[in-house]
Design a protein around this ligand. Structure first.
Ligand code: SF4
Length: 490
């Protein structure tokens, strides 16, 4: 499953997406507001739009039943004023989704709404189950029928199976069966539940606005609504919000936290705080650490917008170098497709990112980006800068090389397409055509985050704390890069 820029069916390049790891989803929930909860949820989804652009949905409960509206596209495409006016209630959940496996189909949009023994249920998920296949086969053998390829449908089936008592009890039992990463928001006619997996791999936070409680993948969604951030939902915690207020319990013994480190490198919005770390500050610190490890005598530091901006600021300030926005990003590309012919490919990069020639001509340029996945975009940027007269182009990456796939809900592309799984940093530099290429070391990353433990770094070092799907054999995918070559990146 690879979506970073290629629409395979059409054979066309999709300009709206970068050569990046892609976040899979964002979730939101609100309980007890006297305001228009559907509208508030859709505003929150705007704030979480960076976590998924393929589909969006909102489910609302009025205490009697659950209504849902969802569809493919951006939040602005899916919700009209009329649709929102029809979604009345006192609680809601919402979801934005990036197209992971099969989710391009309308049936795979979330929230998923269904009926079980005790009534209606709506559920939305961010993450990925590593034992999904096994569970699905077991459930299907027992007569369950599946309409989608969503992991969350497996959870719904488990909840239905255990659904004789309280919903939270059914959820607790279901959570004992599932393995992998998840941040969930679940809603019935009278309660809202938030769940974070025992490793805390996916973020989820809790907020308050007047008498209403809110749950969100990122704190920026609370900020835009003017809500107060209360705290992050703890790994392995289930929070239940109902008429009696907020209750919380741990559902599985705690394990060492493994929060996705890429939330800080690239996914999350810089104005979000996750588990006590501000994303903007973390990215800036990554730039400063990279400056300590790999100082370059450059005339100018340019970020690859937008994700390289904070790192480039940190890099430039640490070395007292001139910083400027020398690469202009076209923010209106949207769903533009280009044909695969070479002349259109060359045009594509200029359409997406165009250098300010005056800033780069004759200069030693340090270009800062957060990560390299396939390397194709970096190669194009370097070539374009040279064509515009840059004397030297040095590429600085504020993360370690991405050498392995993610099984926890992030679209990293297949190992064969990860350039750092196939080539050494020296080979990558040569492929990209830069005068130098430097990555931040994993130690530098930890220094920037001011914590050495508590993060999932599996795509950077193949330490899969949450396990891998049984159908995947790590040996089968062994990266071709030797440990000696990897050390070159440090
Ligand atoms: S493997 Fe990488 S992208 Fe996936 S959860 Fe871990 S750090 Fe995040």
């Amino acid at each position: 499953m690879f979506h970073a820029g290629i629409n395979k069916k059409a054979g066309e390049e999709f300009l709206g997406q970068a050569d990046k790891l892609e976040e899979a989803c964002g979730v939101f929930g609100i309980y007890g507001s006297e305001k228009d909860v559907a509208r508030l949820t859709h505003y929150a989804l705007y704030a979480l739009q960076h976590r998924g652009q393929e589909s969006a949905g909102v489910a609302v409960s009025d205490g009697q039943g659950i209504k849902v509206h969802k569809g493919r596209g951006l939040v602005a495409d899916v919700f009209s004023d009329r649709v929102l006016t029809d979604l009345t209630g006192h609680m809601a959940i919402g979801h934005v989704q990036y197209s992971t496996m099969g989710s391009g189909l309308a049936v795979n949009s979330q929230p998923l709404v269904c009926q079980y023994l005790k009534g209606n249920l709506a559920i939305a998920h961010n993450g990925n189950l590593i034992n999904a296949q096994e569970l699905k086969e077991k459930l299907a053998a027992d007569g369950s029928v599946f309409q989608s390829t969503l992991d969350v449908e497996i959870m719904v089936n488990l909840i239905a199976r255990y659904g004789q008592g309280l919903l939270e009890e059914a959820l607790l039992k279901a959570m004992r069966d599932i393995q992998g990463s998840y941040a969930l928001v679940v809603m019935t006619e009278d309660k809202l539940i938030g769940v974070r997996d025992p490793y805390g791999n996916r973020p989820l936070c809790l907020g308050k606005m007047d008498n209403a409680y809110l749950l969100a993948s990122e704190s920026c969604a609370l900020d835009v609504l003017g809500a107060e951030f209360i705290r992050d939902v703890a790994p392995g915690e289930i929070v239940v919000i109902d008429q009696a207020g907020l209750h919380s319990r741990r559902f599985l013994p705690s394990v060492e936290r493994a929060l996705c480190v890429f939330e800080f490198i690239y996914f999350a919005r810089p104005d979000s705080n996750i588990d006590g770390i501000n994303v903007m500050e973390a990215r800036r610190a990554m730039g400063r650490e990279l400056a300590k490890e790999s100082p370059v005598k450059a005339d100018i530091v340019l970020p690859v917008p937008d994700s390289g901006i904070a790192g480039a600021l940190g890099y430039a300030e640490a070395l007292n170098l001139f910083f400027d926005m020398g690469l202009m990003k076209n923010r209106y590309i949207g769903r533009t497709f280009i044909r695969p012919e070479q002349n259109e490919r060359n045009l594509a990069v200029r359409l997406k990112l165009n250098p300010v020639t005056k800033l780069v001509v004759g200069k030693k340029v340090a270009v800062v980006d957060d990560s390299i996945v396939r390397g194709t975009t970096s190669k194009k940027i370097v070539k374009t800068l040279r064509n515009r007269g840059a004397a030297e182009v040095h590429l600085l990456i504020t993360s370690p090389p991405v050498i392995a796939p993610c099984y926890y809900g992030i679209d990293t592309s297949e190992r064969a397409q990860l350039i750092a799984a196939q080539k050494s940093p020296a080979e990558i530099r040569e492929y990209i055509g830069a005068d130098s290429l430097s990555y931040l070391s994993i130690e530098g990353l930890y220094r920037a985050l001011q914590q050495e433990t508590g993060f999932c770094t599996a795509c950077l070092n193949e330490e899969y704390s949450l396990g891998i799907p049984p159908e995947e054999k790590l040996g089968k995918h062994c990266s071709e890069i030797s440990s000696r070559q990897r050390k070159e990146a440090r």
